[in-house]
Design a protein around this ligand. Structure first.
Ligand code: PA5
Length: 426
């Protein structure tokens, strides 16, 4: 399903010389015995996922979909990026979906929050608040405002059918509040951290309400679980990718630029940044994950990549099939000189731009490029891709003896902010 091409990466080490280490670490992953193993529920999630819950998500989505002129999803980080990445990838940026999707709870910007509240004032709203801890300040603050807004607009009783909470099984204020208010709730498993949670109700509930076939997401995940559950590096492109990252960092590259040629993959890149950055950026180690959308950013970042300081390598996510194709018309006058492209598909032009850029960056610019290919931007491919990058993340971190599943550094800004806000100390 997904393939890795290392032919343009200029690797100075043989990937397969890492086989022994990979075999050892694979055991730590599949047996869930590695560092951070209390957050490895994602490893066998495809096999273990409660099918009744999957059905309940679909039922709830069917019930609320018709009244959701706007679906507002309130969450941040792992409780935000995955759903957005999935929905944009699968449906595109201007789909004919009748339900509009708005994200909130991911910022303290008063302008943004106020504009969203005004925008949804006269629309029919369904709200999905997502927070494992239930105490994340950005999310809790927006939810307080939205809860008041929804209660004024619909009354408490109607809110029971319009507010869905995705949160911890027992702990946390959001759980207690949802119970008291009678909201429909879905559980974020204890053993799956935020950036691995898109395959749980965290991602699946918003996807289902937006009309995505979550059985397909699940089927793709299952396929990856079956195909990639091997320590054999020849058979496992996710592990190959993990090793390539380490080899390239050994060669001095400390920045990885995730490149896609489809604007609807921009949020996938944001999700990938969190996955790699939060998992690996610890103990003074890690590769800085950055991203670009080409060919758009070739007209901005392109200069630096081509001729700037050699600090980065690129990882291209190549998509074989576009969701839609557009053909270039002939023009009798040809004043724009574009007739040489008459009859060609725009996707073919995109692919030629990709090929030409690959040559320019690698052969002239000496920037190593890894190319990960996937077939299309379907729900199935999204499910597959999740497991691919989860496995790669676990392996690439374990290669450096890093626990991929915690994020202690994130607390530092919060502590300072709470002090400045005068939050009572418990
Ligand atoms: O990866 C993480 O753990 C974070 O990005 C969290 O998902 C984010 O901080 C939101 O946390 P919560 O779901 O508890 O509100």
């Amino acid at each position: 399903m997904m393939k890795l091409d290392t032919g343009h990466a200029n690797l100075k080490e043989d990937i397969f010389s890492y086989q022994e280490k990979v075999s050892e670490l694979h055991q730590a992953i599949i047996n869930q015995t590695g560092a951070g193993n209390d957050f490895m529920g994602w490893v066998h999630w495809a096999k273990n996922y409660d099918q009744e819950e999957l059905s309940r998500i679909k039922e709830v989505a069917t019930k609320v979909k018709d009244k959701a002129e706007v679906l507002v999803v309130c969450g941040i980080g792992g409780s935000y990026l995955g759903a957005r990445a999935a929905i944009e990838m699968i449906q595109g940026l201007y789909s004919d979906n009748k339900t509009e999707l708005i994200f909130i709870g991911n910022t303290f910007s008063s302008t943004y929050i106020s504009q969203v509240m005004k925008y949804i004032e006269n629309k029919s709203v369904v709200l999905n608040v997502i927070s494992k801890s239930g105490t994340t300040t950005e999310t809790a603050l927006s939810f307080r405002l939205l809860k008041e807004f929804m209660e004024k607009k619909y009354g408490k009783e109607e809110c029971k059918t319009r507010i869905i909470a995705t949160t911890d099984k027992v702990r946390g204020t959001l759980k207690a509040l949802s119970h008291q208010e009678g909201y429909e709730t879905f559980v974020i498993p204890d053993d799956i951290g935020g950036r691995f949670s898109v395959i749980t109700p965290v991602g699946l509930v918003p996807m289902a309400i937006m009309g995505i076939d979550i059985d397909e997401v699940y089927a793709g995940l299952m396929k990856a679980y079956e195909e990639l559950n091997t320590a054999d590096l020849h058979q496992n492109p996710a592990y190959q990718y993990a090793i390539c990252r380490r080899i390239l960092q050994n060669q001095g590259y400390n920045v990885e630029l995730f490149v896609a040629y489809e604007p609807q993959l921009a949020m996938l890149a944001e999700w990938w940044k969190q996955l790699l950055g939060e998992s690996e950026g610890k103990n003074g180690l890690g590769i800085l994950p950055d991203s670009a959308n080409f060919s758009t950013d070739l007209h901005s970042l392109g200069q630096f990549i081509q001729e700037g300081k050699k600090i980065l390598f690129e990882t291209i996510l190549h998509v074989n099939q576009p969701q839609e194709e557009v053909f270039i018309p002939n023009d009798a006058q040809n004043l724009d000189g574009m007739n040489y492209l008459s009859g060609k598909g725009v996707d073919w032009v995109n692919k030629m731009a990709e090929q030409g850029t690959l040559e320019a960056h690698t052969e002239v610019g000496a920037v190593p490029n890894l190319v990960i290919s996937m077939e299309d931007m379907s729900a199935y491919s999204f499910g597959y891709l999740c497991y691919f990058f989860f496995l790669a993340t676990a392996m690439t971190c374990y290669m450096m003896d890093i626990n991929p599943f915690n994020q202690p550094g994130v607390e530092v800004y919060k502590a300072n902010m709470f002090r400045l806000l005068g939050k009572p100390v418990k």
